[in-house]
Design a protein around this ligand. Structure first.
Ligand SMILES: NC(=O)c1ccc[n+]([C@@H]2O[C@H](COP(=O)([O-])OP(=O)(O)OC[C@H]3O[C@@H](n4cnc5c(N)ncnc54)[C@H](O)[C@@H]3O)[C@@H](O)[C@H]2O)c1
Length: 230
């Protein structure tokens, strides 16, 4: 059995990188202010924005998480990783305890799968650990987050969010997530869309060629990994 999830991880990681970079500039918030009050320039030189040395907390060294770590490597971020399944070497290099990562990151980005273990792992207590002004990016699954607790935090304006996924999905029509200026909400578009579907098709063709040649599949599904996979 084979799967194109590795190919599908590419656009999700790219979307996440864009979200991180634009959040670091407060581009989403400043755009809202620019539209409403036309203030120009919007900030002083020493405003607390910018991507130099910003702390990015990555949750999940999944296929998306790993691709994102690669994309972040050449940039000037301070990256930490939480994942109970990484080996000791990786844990020693980047690893962080989840609560510590939540309380010390400027951006927290979620890339773990939706499993019984991750269900609402970002509950009210954990969300309250996030630093004032920090941003939660969720391109994984809405089920990883307690939506009500997150909405309560976002309504206060204390933190911001870039949400490609929610629970429920889509949010109800009266959800504040649609209108809050500190929330950038998209309709589950981070994965392959439009011309990106070609990459998934290419993976299938490449896997079939390997199968025909009697070679091992490049994207084989490992039965034992399914309990901790998306
Ligand atoms: N927004 C979109 O369009 C879109 C598209 C594709 C995937 N996704 C989502 O992105 C996420 C990652 O997908 P993937 O295919 O890379 O996942 P994956 O199957 O590669 O993830 C498995 C890995 O996640 C890590 N993990 C498991 N449990 C964890 C935990 N409790 N805490 C931290 N890390 C844990 C482990 O390293 C595990 O090997 C999933 O939630 C998936 O549903 C979203």
């Amino acid at each position: 059995m084979s799967s194109a999830v590795r190919a599908n991880a590419i656009p999700v990681a790219e979307y996440t990188l864009a979200a991180i970079l634009l959040s670091g500039k407060d581009a989403f918030g400043l755009r809202e202010r620019f539209r409403s009050d036309h203030v120009f320039p919007p900030l002083g030189d020493h405003a607390p924005v910018g991507n130099l040395g910003r702390g990015v907390g990555v949750i999940g060294a999944s296929r998306v998480g790993r691709r994102l770590l690669e994309l972040l490597r050449p940039l000037d971020f301070s990256v930490r990783l939480h994942d109970p399944y990484v080996d000791a070497g990786e844990a020693a290099e980047l690893g962080a305890v989840l609560d510590e990562l939540m309380s010390t990151s400027d951006i927290v980005t979620l890339h773990a799968p939706d499993t019984p273990e991750t269900l609402r792992m970002h509950n009210r207590r954990r969300l309250a650990l996030m630093r004032d002004g920090s941003v939660l990016v969720n391109t994984s699954r809405g089920a990883l987050v307690d939506t009500e607790a997150l909405t309560d935090e976002l309504v206060t304006g204390r933190i911001g969010a870039v949400l490609d996924v929610t629970e429920p999905e889509p949010p109800p029509a009266d959800s504040p997530l649609y209108r809050l200026p500190n929330v950038f909400l998209t309709p589950h578009i981070a994965g392959s869309l439009g011309n990106e579907l070609e990459r998934l098709g290419r993976t299938v063709v490449e896997e079939l060629a390997l199968l025909r040649a009697g070679a091992p599949l490049a994207c084989a599904v490992v039965q034992a990994d399914l309990v901790k996979s998306a």
